[in-house]
Design a protein around this ligand. Structure first.
Ligand code: ADP
Ligand code: ASP
Ligand code: MG
Length: 405
């Protein structure tokens, strides 16, 4: 007998048949004697539609009202899941973020969970009642509903597992585990039996959408045993574990891509102290996150500065740089949204040399031009033209020997 959290993503609750099937999985765990809390996402496509409605009415909409709108998707699924469970003879009750409460900070649209009051739910679970909890939502300090950022139901599930001291947090989704890369673009991707928290964290942060970054960060901190598995089959999933639980450490564990990037080049900036501060200061003050940065000094004493940022921030960043034209004194600005970031990740990089050179050679063989490079301890990222995304990921997957035989 164990206490477990089962999270079902959008495609796993996309229609009534799927909700019924997911409820069937929950019923099996209850019959096996487990105490179960279920976390649900909105039905597939619903959150996108809700976000679209807010944007259509006003591109610069009020974040509190955005949350009031987009949190409704999960409310519907939670109620339906509770009804489906009851119809299968399982005692169940739905809970919204504010009812538990899932207390968050006040960053509407991208809130962070601060604490979850778990006692009430534990008490009910001990009497055999399944708690069906809305993912993605919380209660802010202004006593209004907040949401946790796209993909946030993963984080709801991990945070709930920590608050309930659950033995497992099973993330049910439309793939049967974590693969060496997105199996939708690389048919030869290989399913991993285990992956380290660190590698998954890095992969998520550079674009692997299978888990929200924050959920992995939280799982690592709170020592939650996360398993990613299929809603549609009984295949064993992938466990996210500590590094010492993996004996054989490959040089590269996985490859991720992100099409959410954009690139800005600021040309002919005077090469003197304080310029980088004048350029990046206003961006930071406006919460524009800058990722990769390269700077090159030309013979004439000026420098070109290239950096990447989120595509959604591009219009705002351009406006800020236009405003700072005089203070910085650059010649011109070029922006490019047709780029993709490809990253290879592996804790084995700490002890193996040659990861980056293998990457550059594999891309060169496919005549893919590298625009920007950045590295960290367990990651190498390159920026390439967006049209090369699939080709680059597949070439690297082969180059690192990750293809299934
Ligand atoms: P859910 O709606 O269940 O939260 P998501 O769409 O958020 O599901 O995440 C699952 C998707 O993540 C898969 O359909 C797959 O296309 C994508 N994905 C990206 N990288 C990977 C990877 N390395 N392993 C498995 N899936 C991945
Ligand atoms: N429904 C939300 C989204 O689509 C949260 C989630 O599914 O994790 O982003
Ligand atoms: Mg998701």
């Amino acid at each position: 007998m164990a206490r477990i959290v089962m999270k079902f993503g959008g495609t796993s609750v996309a229609d009534l048949d799927r909700i019924r099937a997911a409820a069937g999985r929950v019923a099996r765990e209850v019959e096996a004697g487990n105490q179960v809390a279920v976390v649900v996402s909105a039905m597939a496509g619903v959150t996108n539609q809700l976000v679209g409605w807010c944007q259509s009415l006003s591109p610069l909409h009020d974040a509190r009202e955005y949350d009031a709108v987009v949190a409704t998707g999960e409310q519907v699924t939670a109620g339906l899941m509770a009804i489906a469970l009851q119809a299968q003879g399982v005692e169940a009750r739905s809970w919204q973020g504010w009812q538990i409460p899932v207390v968050t900070d006040g960053a509407h649209g991208a809130a962070r969970i601060e604490r979850i009051e778990g006692k009430g739910l534990i008490h009910r679970m001990e009497t055999g009642q399944v708690a069906v909890v809305t993912g993605f939502q919380g209660l802010g300090p202004d006593r209004r509903t907040t949401t946790l950022g796209r993909g946030g139901s993963d984080t709801s599930a991990v945070a709930l597992a920590a608050a309930l001291a659950a033995e497992r947090c099973d993330i049910y989704t439309d793939v049967d585990g974590i693969y060496t890369t997105d199996p939708r673009i690389v048919p030869k991707a290989r399913k991993l039996a285990r992956i380290t928290y660190e590698e998954m964290l890095e992969l998520a942060s550079v674009g692997a959408k299978v888990l929200q970054t924050r959920s992995v960060e939280l799982a690592m901190k709170e020592r939650v045993r996360v398993q990613v598995r299929s809603s549609f089959t009984d295949a064993p999933g992938t466990l996210v574990v500590d590094e010492d639980e993996i004996v054989e450490k490959p040089m590269v564990a996985g490859i991720a891509y992100s099409r959410d990037e954009a690139k800005i080049t600021v040309r002919s900036v005077p090469d003197r102290p304080g310029i980088a501060a004048a350029l990046f200061g206003p961006l930071a003050a406006a919460n524009v996150n800058v990722d990769m940065i390269v700077q090159n000094v030309a013979a004439d004493g000026t420098t070109d500065l290239t950096f990447t940022l989120g595509k959604a921030d591009l219009p705002r960043a351009r406006r800020l740089l236009d405003d700072a034209h005089e203070a910085i004194g650059y010649a011109e600005i070029a922006a490019d949204a047709d780029v993709a970031k490809i990253s290879v990740v592996g804790v084995g990089m700490r002890s193996h040399a040659g990861v980056a050179s293998t990457m550059f050679r594999a891309l060169a063989e496919k005549a893919i031009n590298i625009q920007v490079i950045s590295t960290s301890e367990i990651k190498v990222s390159v920026l390439v033209g967006a049209e090369y995304t699939e080709l680059a990921v597949r070439a690297l997957h082969t180059a690192y020997g990750l293809d299934v035989a």
